[in-house]
Design a binder for this molecule. Structure first.
Ligand SMILES: C[S@@+](CC[C@H](N)C(=O)[O-])C[C@H]1O[C@@H](n2cnc3c(N)ncnc32)[C@H](O)[C@@H]1O
Length: 389
């Protein structure tokens, strides 16, 4: 099938998923050739990451599939050659995100004609191309911390007919030239909103980004105020991105074993805290700050951070050494906990509070950023509040 038809097919899927609605973005996804930005990428396998390029069967179909395509591992450009020889371990450090989450974020950006847009995290350049198609290259700036990625993205953008302003730099500091923007789009997630993003956005302009939190990550949209201030909402649509390099979360320490006598019954399933689709997850993240979900790999005994696809046996840890493990016991659950604080008792209390508040879902929460602090609130900025930083 030709690339035009593959693009139309992808657009049809995104429209059917109800993530792509605006006619301008439909037109951009139809026009921008994703394959130009993805001549090679990694594929996950049981043995590790393998490498794929344009000569491999199935490459083009994958390029126009709804999948995230990883383009760099461990900040190291040489890994692709190695993965060509044999499967390699590694952590994704750049990718072309899932088209669905790209569409969600572009729609949430509410771009109007003539507006200037800054993208943080150039990566492959595909998203910058979509923005350039919609707004005009002159109106788009994009920055990535990785010089090699920016050089390649710039070449691919030019080959596709776009020339946005591309810069190498720490996107946490905004765009090096520092001009004011109407819209800022973070395509790498952040532990807290970098003040420079708000400083570089005109008052009334919008900042859309994903938050990198061990629980309760997802999308927020802020309306910029004067200087480094802004206020906005947590969005109903969920989305998770790899973080800015300096915002990566530390690997949680391995958990101690639980004694058989430590286990007690609970009616609260671990999934309610750790699965983004569960309505309690966001509230749990507010009441249990810095608590990490962990999946243990029984074979090696090492802990790894939970992935969405494979929740596995569940546990939580906190940097203070507190931990809790959960297991099924017939149709119910049991937990064992240890360390300085009883995390599961806190989780159960949080669940009772959440129910008493009417089970608020993520989009009933907002976020206020001032020069000195950032905090979530329920319903109104002067309602119940929780610090983000
Ligand atoms: C998910 S990828 C972005 C995808 C990209 N928008 C695209 O369309 O291909 C995240 C990117 O953030 C970049 N990044 C990480 N830390 C950064 C930082 N401090 N400043 C700017 N970019 C950063 C990574 O190099 C990576 O390319």
């Amino acid at each position: 099938m030709g690339t035009k038809r593959l693009r139309r097919q992808l657009v049809k899927q995104l429209v059917e998923q109800d993530v792509l609605r605006d006619v301008h973005w439909i037109e951009a996804f139809r026009a921008v050739p994703r394959h130009v930005f993805l001549p090679r990428f990694f594929r996950p396998s049981d043995e590790g990451w393998t490498a794929m390029d344009a000569d491999d069967p199935g490459w083009l179909e994958l390029v126009y599939s709804p999948e995230v395509l990883v383009t760099q591992l461990d900040d190291d450009p040489s890994r692709w050659e190695e993965a060509r020889r044999h499967p390699v371990p590694g952590k994704p450090s750049s990718s072309s995100s899932m088209p669905a989450i790209m569409a969600i974020m572009l729609e949430e950006l509410q771009v109007r004609d003539g507006q200037r847009v800054l993208e943080i995290g150039t990566g492959t350049g595909y998203n910058a191309a979509l923005l350039s198609h919609r707004c005009g290259s002159d109106q788009v700036s994009t920055v990535d911390i990785d010089e090699g990625l920016v050089t390649t993205a710039r070449e691919h953008l030019r080959a596709a007919g776009y020339e946005p302003s591309c810069a190498v730099g720490d996107g946490a500091l905004g765009f090096p030239a520092g001009e004011p923007f109407d819209r800022v789009l973070g395509t790498a997630s952040v532990s807290a909103v970098p003040p420079a993003w708000l400083e570089q956005t005109v008052p009334g302009g919008l900042v859309v980004t994903t938050l990198n939190r061990p629980l309760g990550a997802g999308l927020v949209r802020l309306v910029a105020g004067e200087g480094a201030t802004g206020t906005g909402r947590v969005l109903a649509q969920d989305g998770r991105f790899m973080p800015l390099r300096a915002h990566r979360l530390a690997e949680p320490a391995p958990l101690p074993e639980a004694d058989e006598s430590d286990w007690r019954p609970t009616t609260l399933p671990m999934a309610a805290l750790v699965k983004p689709k569960h309505k309690f997850e966001f509230f749990a993240s507010l009441e249990l700050p810095d608590v990490h979900p962990v999946r243990e790999q029984p074979s090696s005994g090492t802990s790894v951070v939970l992935t969405r696809a494979d929740p596995g046996p569940m546990a939580l840890t906190h940097p203070d050494g507190s931990w809790v493990r959960c297991r099924r016991a017939g149709d119910a659950y049991e937990v064992a906990q240890g360390g300085p604080r009883e995390l599961w008792d806190l989780a159960e209390r949080a669940y009772v509070l959440w129910k008493s508040l009417g089970k608020p879902e993520r989009d009933r929460f907002g976020l206020t950023v001032t020069g000195s602090h950032q905090e979530f609130w329920l319903d109104e900025p002067d309602g119940l509040r929780w610090p983000l930083v």
